[in-house]
Design a binder for this molecule. Sequence first.
Ligand code: ATP
Ligand code: MG
Length: 254
Amino acid sequence: MSLIPKSHPRAKSLLIREKLVEGFDKGLVAREGLLAQGRGEAFDYLLGEKTGKASKRAIKAAAAQLLVAKMPVISVNGNIAALCPEQIVLLSKQTKAKLEVNLFYTNKKRKNAIIKTLKKNGAEQVLGTKKTSSKKLSGIDSARRIVDKDGIFVADVVVVPLEDGDRTMALRNAGKTVITFDLNPLSRTSQTANITIVDNVTRAIDLLIIETKKLSKKNQKSLLKIIDEFDNKENLKENIIQIKNNLTRRAKIA
Ligand code: ATP
Ligand code: MG
């Protein structure tokens, strides 16, 4: 039971933080994951804690990309399992994407806790579990290069929410189309991915599910057009300008 009153001016942010701390206590989240959340929170504050126009555009492009993918995979880490397990399973069902547990800080116990959480939230199959199915991505150091031979290794489109820059780079080098959620438009992941959704994953994931439902009625040609018209670099610029405009507005009323 949460002790945070709904009327608290920062209730939403505190509730997200609480979920992560609970996830940490349950063995889902790494200590480093708590720090990543803190960095995310700072950027969310600067963005005005809302989904801007540029993020909505990225969500639409991501939905189209997932629907045209032949073999999409969603990579799940501890933070995602703690913040939005139900939604991530829903997204995978909606887009026929496989789920793979892929951790920056590998740890068998934590991996099992994440798998358990995903299954409890309706996941049928979770990849990245068996040693026998592991394959190595090149261009990245040992422990972090392991991926599932039936998952990320053969995927054409990979969703990596809250990912590290090195790994995003390795996925791009392996020829994958990368979609990410990252609150920091300046991070290496944001700058390296093909489609960067600069938004809190807890807000954006629901919008992405809605968008995939909406776009599933469109034909392949219109989906490809949406992807083609999307320019990630331009979009990131707009996200940075959103921060600048928000700060300018705040400076005026301070
Ligand atoms: P990079 O390695 O890409 O340069 P980094 O080293 O600054 O990034 P990491 O810890 O590797 O950061 O990646 C975590 C990223 O996830 C951070 O950029 C952080 O802003 C972002 N993040 C944290 N919590 C959330 C959240 N709830 N929603 C979206 N993004 C988040
Ligand atoms: Mg990093």
